[in-house]
Each structure stands twice: as structure tokens, then as C-alpha cells.
Design a protein around this ligand. Structure first.
Ligand SMILES: Nc1ncnc2c1ncn2[C@@H]1O[C@H](COP(=O)(O)OP(=O)(O)O)[C@@H](O)[C@H]1O
Ligand SMILES: [Mg+2]
Length: 127
């Protein structure tokens, strides 16, 4: 993943993309997301898996960077799980960056989550 890191790595995007909120909203949306996750953990609002899956979905929907958002937000979700003493997700056990049936299943699950239906995503991340 860090083999040939882009020069702009770590810098938020400034222009719009098909996916993601308006660029100017990125810093506040990230702060809101982190505050929500902190609250969910402290109050045990959801199980750890659900917290990490919801975190992943929200983070990739914000789409902070020009590219690499899928990879970044999957790793961030796995790090969050580890911080809660949980195993990393299995993410369909395939490379999700290249086109495949598994990637299609993953994108479908994210789209369902956009409509507040998280079941497909909860299932996918442990498949
Ligand atoms: N409709 C969609 N089509 C493609 N990717 C989507 C869609 N909805 C959400 N995504 C997320 O955006 C990611 C692709 O964004 P991108 O910044 O190119 O990340 P990466 O380069 O790591 O694949 C996907 O991995 C997925 O997590
Ligand atoms: Mg990409």
C-alpha cells in the first residue's frame, strides 16, 4: 500500500468527485464522524463490528482524498477494530481495488448503507 505513495498523500482534496461531499465540508465532517465514533464506543451504542463498519461507510462517503479512499478507509476501520481488541475485517478476502464480483458485492453493500440498510455491509466485512 505504501509502495509508491502519492506526493499529495495526506492532503484533503479541493475539488469535487462523483463520490463524496463538497470538498470544503471535509474537515468538519471528519471531526463529526470521529466524535460520533468516540461516543458509540464510550456508550456501547453498537457492537464493535457495527461501529467499525459504520465508521468505514461514513469515512469513505466523505472521501477526503483525491484517490485511495477505499484503501485508506478499510485500513482505518481495521485499526479502529484493533484499538477495540477485535480482529480486523476480512473484506471478502479479495483485492477490492480491481474489478471483480467481490468488489461489486462490496460496492452494492456500501450503496445499501447509503440508504441506512447496513445488513449487507455487516455481512460483507466478515466474509
Ligand atoms: N459507487 C461507487 N463506486 C466505486 N467506489 C465507491 C462507490 N461508492 C463508494 N465507493 C468507495 O470508494 C472507493 C473508491 O475510491 P478511491 O478514492 O478510488 O479509492 P481506492 O483508490 O482505494 O480504490 C471504493 O473502494 C469504495 O470504498
Ligand atoms: Mg482509486
Amino acid at each position: 500500500m505504501f509502495g509508491r505513495v502519492w506526493k499529495w498523500a495526506g492532503k484533503f482534496r479541493h475539488s469535487g468527485k462523483n463520490i463524496g461531499i463538497d470538498a470544503y465540508q471535509i474537515p468538519t465532517a471528519l471531526k463529526e464522524l470521529c466524535d460520533d465514533v468516540e461516543y458509540w464506543i464510550e456508550n456501547k451504542t453498537y457492537e464493535p463490528d457495527e461501529i467499525a463498519a459504520r465508521f468505514h461507510h461514513r469515512l469513505v462517503a466523505i472521501h477526503p482524498y483525491p484517490n485511495g479512499n477505499g484503501r485508506h478507509s478499510r485500513m482505518a476501520a481495521d485499526l479502529l477494530l484493533r484499538s477495540m481488541d477485535q480482529e480486523s475485517f476480512t473484506w471478502g478476502r479479495e483485492n477490492l481495488t480491481d474489478p471483480s464480483m467481490t468488489r461489486t458485492q462490496y460496492i452494492d453493500a456500501l450503496r445499501a448503507a447509503d440508504k441506512q440498510d447496513y445488513e449487507l455491509l455487516f455481512e460483507f466485512v466478515r466474509s
